[in-house]
Design a protein around this ligand. Structure first.
Ligand code: NAD
Length: 581
């Protein structure tokens, strides 16, 4: 029976790695999370299962609940679609990616935002089979040996989370593993990076989510988050262990870390390892790409604009930083660039001398009286662009949109907060209240809008998936070891350049999502060109045809030819006999 199982697994994926198959059999088909720590260590599967040890009673509970799901009770339609696609990923990886690519617009929202958020919330219930590596705070001192348990040796991209700020959903602890898994699936689907070169990692340091701590199905450590020196030591050891095992050019993408850690970890590691934070830098690139495309409509330069942010968190800081870089590139002095950017957080306008100013916020604090209400800020500053990233639904009120339309011929209004229910305004509100003059982009998708005069607009969706798969592909394709901010500006410029005049005329600030594979390849080529020009690439010799080089690295969803004889199993082995049967 085991041998037949091996054949099925081998045929259905390109992972012709018997070690891995044996591990999968051990993890999934035997006791699963019921293995004790001693057994996991002896079997070499420590880290391949979530850290929680559960007994058969809890497994029974999960199975029973699953049966309830089948009877259509608690799980929403979207979660079922997620479970279905994840099951397909386990059974037939190539078909899974073929399905994603067949209709990216339809399937991406299932494995990525917004459905992945729902899936993370219900991870305990829908959890079938571990995917990725689980490293806990208790593994300190041994992370290198946990990494040894992962059977693939040629890892090019790691996506890591500690689960503290999953999308806009807060601390989901170990349930946050759905995010790195989904992001890396997009590395393959959108960027063409082979899935076996991608490693999702959960750094489980506990959770402060009381509901999860009481949830019998919770798969993570059941204690409060460990913070301070122990947390920092874990991160330091993890970064070093990954780079030691997979090389200094192994890309480590940070996802959904809380504000308090996201900025300082980025600052700490950016010049030491090959790393970036997608919530800060990926968001920045996609938003700046939208602004650069908007400039083609307004026929202006970035430094001609005054921009007000609603929100001053990871997204706002990342976007503001990249905007100042774009302005500096146009020739404006750094201090002057900063003066053109204003931020409003939960305490109101960020001004010099105000309370609750972090180091990041200080940079955008100006000499100005404090103002509490966004409406008043807009009236006072008369910005040319407003960007919503505070997850405050409806923050761009009718008055604000009308004011923007009165100050500007073509007001730029980006409602980037996710999910759709958190958007600062809808596409329809923007186009209607500005009589079609508003230049709009959103974080979540909106349907096209038709105005009473018959004009139709297609709102742009500033989806990070336009950026991180192409950036990841470019970085790994030429073995960049440090991901500079200029790489994200390069990506933003390349993305804006791919928007056609026809797209702009229809209101689109981004290329159609259906062309995302092509977009990622083009971004990757630009990043390679930039990297060789600025001495960031370590791959030698430099490929003369960079596009062909990237193509040669890309994953194909075509099945490999499967010839049993080529594995040189003995003619009388069960494998060959089973195939003949
Ligand atoms: P964050 O938690 O780091 O920042 C949120 C900020 O909003 C904080 O500065 C907070 O002070 C501020 N805020 C809270 N309440 C406010 C209020 N009433 N008025 C003004 N400001 C208020 O979160 P983040 O990572 O910056 O994400 C923010 C939003 O942006 C989320 O909805 C997220 O989904 C969205 N986002 C969109 C994209 C995209 O479109 N590509 C990418 C990243 C994040």
């Amino acid at each position: 029976r085991e041998t037949k199982l091996q054949i099925v697994l081998t045929c259905s994926s390109t992972w012709l790695n018997l070690h891995l198959i044996v591990l999968m059999v051990l993890c999934v088909f035997l006791q699963g999370m019921a293995f004790s720590l001693e057994e996991r260590l002896q079997l070499g599967i420590h880290g391949l299962l979530p850290p929680c040890f559960i007994n058969q009673d809890v497994q029974l509970l999960r199975v029973t609940l699953e049966n309830i799901i089948k009877m259509d009770l608690p799980l929403r339609k979207e979660s079922k679609q997620y479970v279905f696609l994840m099951g397909l990923q386990d059974r037939n990886e190539k078909l899974f990616y073929r399905v994603l690519l067949s209709d990216v617009e339809r399937f991406m929202p299932i494995i990525y935002t917004p459905t992945v958020g729902l899936a993370c919330q219900q991870y305990g219930l829908i959890f079938r089979k571990p995917r990725g590596l689980f490293i806990t705070i208790h593994d300190r001192g041994h992370i290198a040996s946990v990494l040894q348990n992962w059977p693939e040796k040629d890892i090019r991209a790691v996506c890591v989370t500690d689960g503290e700020r999953i999308l806009g959903l807060g601390d989901l602890g170990c349930y946050g593993m759905g995010i790195p898994v989904g992001k890396l699936a997009l590395y393959t689907a959108c960027g063409g990076m082979p899935p076996q070169q991608c490693l999702p990692v959960m750094l489980d340091v506990g959770t402060d989510n009381e509901t999860l701590l009481k949830d019998p199905l919770y798969i993570g450590l059941r204690h409060k988050r460990v913070r301070g020196q122990a947390y920092d030591d874990l991160l330091d050891e993890f970064m070093k262990a990954v780079s030691d095992r997979y090389g200094m050019d192994c890309l480590i993408q940070f996802e959904d870390f809380a504000n308090v850690n996201a900025f300082r970890l980025l600052t700490k590691y950016r010049n030491q390892y090959c790393t970036f934070n997608d919530d800060i830098q990926g968001t920045a690139a996609v938003a700046v790409a939208g602004l650069l495309a908007a400039l083609r409509i307004t026929k202006s330069k970035m430094c001609d604009h005054t921009i007000v942010f609603q929100g001053a968190g990871e997204a706002a800081m990342g976007i503001a930083e990249l905007i100042t870089m774009a302005m500096e590139k146009e020739g404006l002095a750094k201090d002057e660039c900063l003066k053109k950017i204003w931020m409003v957080d939960s305490k109101g306008l960020i001004v010099k001398g105000r309370d609750h100013l972090t180091h990041e916020k200080e940079r955008f604090a100006h000499d100005h009286p404090h103002m509490k209400k966004l409406e008043d800020v807009i009236q006072e500053l008369k910005p040319t662009a407003i960007i919503g990233v505070a997850a405050v639904a409806g923050a761009f009120s009718e008055q604000i949109i009308r004011d923007m339309a009165s100050f500007n011929e073509r007001p730029i209004i980006f409602a980037l907060s996710n999910p759709t229910s958190k958007a600062e305004c809808t596409a329809e509100q923007c186009y209607t209240l500005t009589e079609g003059r508003g230049i709009f982009a959103s974080g979540s998708p909106f349907d096209p809008v038709t105005l009473p005069d018959g004009r139709m607009f297609y709102p742009g969706q500033g989806n990070n998936a336009y950026i991180f798969p192409g950036v990841g592909l470019g970085i790994t394709a030429c073995a960049i070891q440090h991901v500079t901010e200029e790489i994200f500006l390069t990506a933003a410029e390349a993305l804006a350049h791919l928007v056609t005049e026809k797209d702009l005329a229809e209101g689109r600030l981004y290329p159609p999502l259906s062309s995302i594979r092509d977009v990622s390849l083009k971004l990757a080529v630009k990043i390679m060109e930039y990297a060789y020009e600025h001495n960031l690439a370590t791959l030698r010799p430099e490929p003369s045809d960079k596009q062909a080089h990237i193509h040669s690295l890309c994953y194909s969803t075509d099945y490999d030819e499967f010839v049993v004889d080529s594995y040189r199993w003995p003619e009388d082995s069960m494998v060959v006999q089973s195939c003949k049967l």
